[in-house]
Design a protein around this ligand. Structure first.
Ligand code: DOR
Length: 447
């Protein structure tokens, strides 16, 4: 058994709010949370002046392994996560081969067990055939459906196929909500689109709204647990606000969709700003932020989707869509706390406790006895600039290059073990598979 760890003098964000407490960790779990704890033989971490939060869980990343390890792999992606205060991730199935069977899922989990520094689980990818593996593969965070085509070949765009997948079983379905037929129509209409900003016209707000409506109608029809990935439009946020009650649906937003408005993002970043669904005008970002603040949107994800500079430099429309983000999402949100735009409790809700609740991840997302010791110490006063070339993600660029951020993670602990401290990694112990223990899988309602 490891030596117990006692974190002293931190301001911790507890389920009921911030409190000056000590936290005792033993056997990888939080054992006690109390005013002044002392334990003989414990290793002390003096956290005076620092803030303790439950580690962030990024519920949408693409770590590219197997098959595209030149962009990222489960080791490099997980180090980027740890450096950004992310102690767990849910990874997408559009690898090569795509993760569509129990066998491929087991192979991916085996790679993660050998090289992921933080905790993990994976989506299984839906195909029109709706393989029985979608439901029978054990311990999977959800079924991913690409309703519109993006990176890779996964696509389910016919209503009959979608209906069949929604009708079978109870496992959570997460949708990339873009309407493929309308994307194709728009592509034909715009002909030889020449500029990255045309991307947001082809993948228009209507493209997103149509698919989100279809998915929500299917969720209503079958009472099927649904998660809308990376919501991007004012129209979807308004639709969700009126229709959400009574449907077992949740939704997420990525920071780039409220931090990098069009047209500026395309002028400054060109194809580096190109992603699916696209970055859009300010009115959308403002509506998404409002929806997040009011609880209509439940959580933050990054859609960390690394592509190399060489690939991004191919120009529009040849450059692949996607941008990295797992390493910068928490600092960007801490900076917003420092700007007075939101509270740290809200950030913890959006990035830790809600992702755990929305996916039914066991023992995560809270600083409370019995929960896993996935914890992050923050220095809310630290200022640092995000710089290309100084990142952990293999592609080593960020759309936020040059942004000076106030509020950074300084220590990241996974299962009671420090994996990152002040720029240094400790790789002697790997992360673990996160356990999905979701009420809807047992036939209970989404609370
Ligand atoms: O822009 C995107 N890139 N959107 C996605 O849905 C997929 C991702 C990728 O894997 O590159």
């Amino acid at each position: 058994m490891d030596t117990p760890i006692l974190i002293k003098h931190a301001i911790a964000i507890l389920p009921n709010g911030p409190e000056a407490v000590d936290v005792l960790i033993a056997g990888g779990r939080i054992e006690k949370v109390g005013a002044t704890l002392s334990v003989s033989g414990a290793q002390i971490i003096d956290a005076k002046g620092l803030t303790l939060i439950p580690g962030a869980i990024d519920p949408q990343v693409h770590f590219r392994e197997p098959g595209m390890e030149w962009k990222e792999d489960l080791g490099s992606g997980s180090r980027a996560a740890a450096a950004g205060g992310v102690t767990g991730f849910l990874e997408m199935p559009n690898t090569q081969p795509a993760t569509t069977t129990a066998e491929l899922m087991a192979a991916k989990k085996a790679i993660a067990a050998s090289k992921s520094l933080v905790n993990y689980n994976f989506f299984i990818g839906a195909t029109p055939e709706a393989l029985p593996d979608l439901l029978s593969t054990p311990n999977v965070c959800g079924i991913k459906i690409f309703m519109g085509a993006s990176t890779g070949t996964l696509l389910v765009d016919k209503l009959a196929d979608l209906d069949r997948i929604f009708s079978q079983g109870r496992r959570l379905i997460a949708v990339h909500a873009e309407d493929e037929a309308l994307i194709r129509e728009n592509k034909a209409r715009y002909g030889a689109a020449a500029k990255p900003e045309d991307h947001a016209l082809i993948r228009s707000p209507e493209v997103a709204l149509r698919a989100t409506r279809t998915a929500m109608e299917l969720s209503r029809k079958y009472r099927r647990r649904l998660h809308i990935l990376h919501m991007t439009t004012q129209e979807e946020a308004e639709y969700l606000a009126t229709e959400k009650a009574g449907i077992p649906v949740s939704a997420e937003v990525c920071p780039q969709h409220f931090l990098l408005p069009a047209p500026d993002c395309y002028e400054k970043l060109g194809t580096y700003a190109q992603m699916n669904p696209p970055l859009r005008e300010k009115r959308h970002g403002e509506a998404l932020w409002k929806a997040l603040k009011s609880g209509v949107i439940d959580c933050i994800a990054t859609d960390h989707a690394p592509h190399t500079r060489e690939e991004k430099d191919k120009g529009f429309p040849h450059a692949p869509s996607g941008m990295p983000g797992v390493e910068t999402s928490l600092p960007l949100m801490l900076d917003r706390v420092n700007q007075g735009l939101c509270s740290l409790e809200e950030v913890v809700r959006w990035m830790s406790s809600n992702p755990a609740r929305l996916y039914g991840i066991k023992n995560k997302g809270r600083i409370a006895p019995g929960y896993d010791a996935d914890l992050v110490l923050l220095d809310m006063a630290r200022e640092k600039t995000i710089e290309n070339g100084k990142l952990q993600t293999k592609v080593n660029w960020s759309p936020y290059n040059g942004w000076k951020i106030k509020g950074w993670p300084v220590v990241t602990m996974v299962n009671g073990h420090v994996v990152f401290r002040e720029g240094e990694f400790f790789t002697d112990r790997m992360g673990r598979e996160m356990i999905i223990d979701a009420p809807w899988d047992r036939g209970e309602d989404f609370p």
